[in-house]
Write a protein that binds this ligand. Sequence first.
Ligand SMILES: [Zn+2]
Length: 260
Amino acid sequence: MDEPVIDTHAHVTLCGEYLDPARYDADCREGNVAWVLDAGIHPDDFAARKAALSPAHGFVTRYHLGVALAPHEVERATPADLDWVEQILREEDPAAICEIGLEYAQQGEHRAAQRELFSSQLALAKKYDKPVFLHIRDAWDDARELVAASGVRRGAVHCFSGGVPEARAFLDLGFHLSFSGIVTFKNARPTQEAARFCPLDRVLTETDAPWLAPMPHRGQKNRSSWVRHTNRALATLRGLEEQAVHRAVRVNAEALLGLG
Ligand SMILES: [Zn+2]
């Protein structure tokens, strides 16, 4: 029997231009995707994502929602937006604060503001006891420092793109590492080494759909069912059966998110 897979990070409604939520779900059903964690970028996307992915549509795959002010939003983010994130945490009980972090590759001129935005949301994670999913790009040391200071120990580095030293730093903080299509790319040696290094009970996988499609679909619009290719790459790297990776990732993610 084929183990169901899960996807700990996708932007399902942003895939709508090529697969609307109903077709996305049909594709998930064919791919035996049990559930997806749908990531938020700004609190203003939450209501529409909730409506589009509601269980009332009779979808086979379950869509859990994250809420966040992503680092990419740093220029337009206001204190009121942070209050809005908190209001959603209080009233909607989302599954996670996802995705938050530091993006120095694209928004490097706003480092101080990004750190403040990140720290404020780590504090919210602590206050509402929510797992966090971290976006970290060219900012490993700052991210590690802020997470360490926050006391938050429940979460994952989404789309992990570091090597063994970065893996070790976040594993030591109690975090999971979520591997994406990057581990299927030939030129991703350091991340493949990190994927071998990470204890199996801290491994997660994701698509980050619509981006980052794994091989053999690299360059196409991604979708949750393709997480299998990433799991397969991990299985090969670690000398495991593919089904064992499907199972481990699902068990790890469900424990992290507190899903019954
Ligand atoms: Zn994302």
